[in-house]
Design a protein around this ligand. Structure first.
Ligand code: GSH
Length: 312
C-alpha cells in the first residue's frame, strides 16, 4: 500500500480533523509541514494551485478538502468506521453546520482575541484569500465584539446536543460529525490557553472532547517536502474507478477548471478523469512531479469546462 502523506501545519483545525481520523483508524502516515500562508511552493506542484490545508497525498493521487479526505480514508480503511450507515446523513448535516456556521464566528473571535500570538502576515494572507483588504488591529477588535455573541449561544447548543446522555454527537456511534464539531472547538485553544475559560463551564462538551482527543493522531513520521514531491514523481495516479455521471455532466476527457465555491478559490485546471455524486478528479501534468490526479469533493466546488480548450 502506498503511504499516506498529510500536508498540514500544527494550528490548522481542519488538519486536526484529519489527524484525529488517522488516529481513530490507527494509521501510520508521513507528515509534511507546509507554510500556513501563501505561497506554498512545495504544495502547488501537487495540487496545481489549490492552497488550502490540509491535503492528503497517496503516491500521485492528491486529495483536497477534508470532506473528501475523510471519505477516502474510510474507503481505503473502512474499520473502525466514521460513517455508520444509520447516522451518516445526520452526521453530514451536523458537519455542514459546524464548518459553515459554528466555525466562522469562532475563528474571528479567537483570532482577534489572540492578536499578539498570530504568525506574522497571517491575517493579511487570510484577507487576500477571501478577496478582502487586510484588517487593522481595530477592525479585528471590533470583529471580536461582533462575534462573541454569535459564539456563546452556539456553545450552549453543542452542550444541549448531549442532553439525552449520548456519548457522541450524532448518537451512540462515532461519526465524522464528532471530528467536525471538535475541530471547531479545538480552535479555541489551538495556539494559546487564553480562551480556555470560554469552554470550561460546559461539562458535557469537555467530557466529549476528552473522548475525541483520545483518538490521538495515529503514527506520524516526519517527511521533508522534497521527498513527498519525489514520491509523486515516482508514482502514477491509480486508475480511476468507473465514473457515475449525471446526464448533465461533462464528458470524461474534457478540459475543466475546479475551484472552491467559498474562499481560497485558486483554480485548478486539468482533464476530467473521474466523476460521481461525491467526487471529481482531474489529471494534470506538472513539470516537477509529472502526471498527478487531483481529487475534490463535488459539493462545495465549482466544476466548469475550460473555455476554448479541446477535449484531451
Ligand atoms: N473546506 C476545507 C476548508 C479548509 C480550510 O479552510 N483550511 C484552512 C486551515 S485550517 C486554510 O486552508 N487556511 C488557509 C491556508 O492554510 O492556506 C476543508 O474541509 O478542507
Amino acid at each position: 500500500m502506498t503511504e499516506l502523506i498529510l500536508h498540514h501545519y500544527d494550528f490548522s483545525n481542519y488538519s486536526e480533523k484529519v489527524r484525529l481520523a488517522l488516529g481513530y483508524k490507527g494509521l501510520a502516515w508521513q507528515s509534511v509541514i507546509i507554510p500556513p500562508i501563501a505561497p506554498k511552493p512545495d504544495l502547488t506542484p501537487l495540487t496545481g494551485g489549490y492552497r488550502r490545508t490540509p491535503v492528503l497525498q497517496i503516491g500521485a493521487d492528491i486529495y483536497c478538502d477534508t470532506s473528501l479526505i475523510v471519505r477516502e480514508l474510510e474507503r481505503r480503511f473502512p474499520t473502525p468506521t466514521l460513517f455508520p450507515a444509520e447516522l451518516t446523513a445526520v452526521a453530514d448535516a451536523i458537519t455542514y453546520w459546524a464548518e459553515n456556521r459554528l466555525f466562522r464566528p469562532i475563528s474571528l473571535y479567537v483570532s482577534g482575541s489572540n492578536l499578539e500570538h498570530l504568525p506574522e502576515g497571517l491575517q493579511a494572507d487570510r484577507s487576500i484569500m477571501r478577496g478582502l483588504p487586510p484588517p487593522s488591529a481595530g477592525a479585528m477588535a471590533r470583529a471580536v465584539v461582533r462575534n462573541a455573541p454569535l459564539v456563546r449561544p452556539q456553545l450552549q447548543q453543542v452542550e444541549a446536543m448531549f442532553a439525552d446522555g449520548r456519548t457522541w454527537i450524532a448518537g451512540e456511534a462515532v461519526t465524522v460529525a464528532d471530528l467536525a464539531v471538535y475541530h471547531a472547538l479545538w480552535f479555541f485553544t489551538a495556539r494559546t490557553e487564553l480562551l480556555r475559560a470560554d469552554i470550561a463551564p460546559f461539562a458535557r462538551i469537555n467530557e466529549w472532547m476528552g473522548r475525541v482527543r483520545a483518538f490521538r493522531h495515529g503514527s506520524p513520521t516526519a517527511l521533508v517536502a522534497a521527498k513527498a514531491l519525489r514520491a509523486a514523481a515516482d508514482a502514477d495516479p491509480v486508475a480511476p474507478r468507473p465514473s457515475r455521471r449525471f446526464d448533465e455532466d461533462l464528458e470524461l476527457g474534457a478540459m475543466v477548471r475546479v475551484r472552491a465555491d467559498d474562499y481560497g478559490q485558486d483554480p485548478v485546471e486539468g482533464r476530467l478523469v473521474f466523476l460521481d455524486g461525491n467526487e471529481v478528479a482531474l489529471s494534470r501534468d506538472d513539470p516537477q512531479v509529472g502526471t498527478v490526479a487531483v481529487h475534490f469533493p463535488r459539493l462545495g466546488y465549482d466544476l466548469r469546462p475550460l473555455r476554448g480548450a479541446k477535449p484531451g
